[in-house]
Design a protein around this ligand. Structure first.
Ligand code: ATP
Ligand code: MG
Length: 513
């Protein structure tokens, strides 16, 4: 095969294990062989619509097999897939489509109206295709299912190299405007191999595709590694805790990737203790710090939670705890995955000693080529081959990585560094606290002090002084937030990360200028 990229994976699976299940979605199973033929048809259909090498094709929607069909078809053509966060408003979607220079959009049934709104505003997008029958709006979009039915499943063999771009994936936008990370075919391959090794993915895997495919954890956390390995991706449109728990049980799900907020919502289901999770082997958890009480909830059920650390820019393989150390090294994000190097460095680039906090930097064949059309941001992020994460971390004497927090979120109080994640984890141990985010606010004496924004647990009425007194028994005094505010909810990204810039502009108005 001249295609050395991700687009060739379905062809290779067709050769090796055509009859094994590849995708389960809403009651229907597609085998690897059937998937390969659908991808061939999809590539033929896109090609007939004028898509060729280097062209950008967006997927805008919830999790759906058409998302993977468009990705792999682009991979066969050498075109570039652009997954768009399905939760964005039309003007935000417009920004991503314009910034990436997308010419064709395939959208889910929930996005017909967005397609209708943007069609007139974005002439550069020549074609709009509805991935499934639209429920509302989108009547002028072409019909993906029909296009595939009409196309020929001929094999193609465009030359695609590991260095060719495979997709532009936008970062979560936790700290600001999302940046478009260009991930090459090589990045995808090496990251998925890392993930498959790290989670011991097998051909019998039935992984739950729960996290959004438009984020790197949802796409490459377990779904693509499982397809690579010949297992089955059990796709769900989105995260609905009772329905998700039911699918995990009914489909005998063996693994999944999740962000901590998802695990929290699942474990708070009243039926959590009673459901049969005997098939579930392991969970890859990443994207944000995993509070220890939450980790214990799953470990107590006999399910391994492999804390991992990574980012869009590393596709996302960085570090991972293996299933043995998940218990012994609780709280750590593990060791570098097989084909990636991770170091903790001082500002001058020298390596930190064990337990010394520094910036986490990564290097390996999975690190992005750069940010799309942002050479300055790329040059600032990748220095001498090392991607600078902006995350503060340290290692222990055995080489296990501990992530503190983002430097952008660190609070410097009276000259001491306070990592909000540690304070949040301590607050979450208190039964009256359902959710919490700690941010720094200016203080005339200390420079900065912590402000905890707490969502109280249902039925509780926490008292700020009592919460602070509790914390003083668990944390050094300088880490205890000086202020506590209560809120009904916290502003979050699509993967459930708290958007601290939004909190800061709400609680620290003078920062806005
Ligand atoms: P943006 O870059 O747009 O602000 P983002 O950094 O949240 O958004 P992602 O690439 O989805 O976008 O997330 C990667 C970041 O998530 C990491 O840099 C780190 O800050 C955080 N993260 C990932 N895994 C962990 C973990 N195990 N523990 C703590 N933080 C983590
Ligand atoms: Mg980031």
């Amino acid at each position: 095969m001249r295609n050395a990229g991700l687009g060739s994976w379905p062809e290779r699976r067709l050769r090796i294990s055509p009859n094994r299940p590849a995708i389960w979605f809403e009651g229907a199973t597609t085998t690897h062989g059937e998937f390969a033929h659908r991808v061939r048809r999809a590539a033929a259909a896109l090609s007939a619509l004028g898509v060729g090498r280097g062209d950008r094709v967006a997927w805008l929607g919830a999790n759906h097999p058409a998302a993977l069909e468009t990705l792999y078809a682009c991979g066969q053509l050498g075109a570039v897939w652009v997954p768009v966060n399905a939760r964005l408003t039309p003007p935000e979607v417009r920004y991503v489509l314009e910034h990436s220079g997308t010419s064709l959009v395939v959208h889910g049934r929930e996005h017909g109206t967005t397609a209708d709104t943007l069609r007139a505003e974005l002439p550069a997008v020549r074609t709009w295709v509805a991935g499934e029958t639209p429920l509302a709006g989108g009547a002028d979009s072409l019909d993906w299912q029909q296009l595939l039915a009409d196309a020929e499943p001929q094999p193609r063999d465009e030359p695609v190299t590991p260095d060719d771009p495979c997709l532009i994936m936008y970062t979560s936008g936790t700290t600001g405007r999302p940046k478009g990370a260009v991930l090459t075919h090589g990045n995808m391959t090496w990251s998925c191999i890392n993930q498959a090794f790290g989670l011991d993915v097998t051909p019998d895997e039935r992984t739950l595709g729960l996290a959004p495919l438009f984020h790197i954890g949802g796409l490459n956390g377990t779904v693509n590694p499982t397809l690579l390995r010949g297992g089955c991706a059990v796709l769900v449109r989105g995260f609905d805790p009772p329905a998700t728990l039911a699918v995990i049980v009914d489909q005998r799900v063996t693994s999944f990737f999740a962000v901590p907020t998802m695990l929290d919502a699942l474990s708070r289901r009243p039926d959590f203790g009673a459901v049969d999770l005997s098939a579930l082997r392991t969970i890859g958890a990443a994207g944000a710090p995993l509070p220890l009480p939450l980790l214990r909830t799953w470990l107590d059920r006999g399910i391994t939670v492999q804390q991992a650390y990574g980012m869009t820019e590393s596709a996302p393989a960085g570090t991972m705890l293996d299933s043995v150390d998940a218990v012994a090294k609780v709280g750590s994000a593990g060791k570098p995955q097989f084909f990636v190097d991770v170091r903790v460095v001082r500002p001058d680039g020298t390596e930190c000693d064990p337990h010394e906090v520094g910036e986490v930097v990564l290097s390996g064949p999975n690190i992005m080529a750069g940010y799309w059309n942002e050479p300055e941001a790329t040059a600032a992020a990748i220095v001498d081959g090392w991607y600078h994460s902006g995350d503060a971390g340290s290692t222990d004497e055995d080489g296990y990585l501990y992530i503190r927090d983002r430097y952008k979120d660190m609070i410097i109080s009276g000259g001491e560094n306070v990592y909000p994640a540690e304070v949040e984890s301590a607050l979450l141990e208190l039964p009256e606290v359902l959710e919490v985010a700690v941010i720094g606010v200016p203080d005339p004496h200390w420079g900065e002090v912590g402000l905890a924004v707490v969502v109280p647990a249902p039925g509780s009425d926490p008292d700020p002084d009592r919460l602070r007194a509790e914390l003083r028994t668990r944390l050094a005094a300088f880490k205890v937030p000086k202020h506590v505010e209560f809120a009904d909810e916290l502003p979050k990204t699509a993967t459930g990360k708290v958007r601290k810039p939004d909190l800061r502009s709400q609680y620290v108005p003078q920062e806005e200028s």
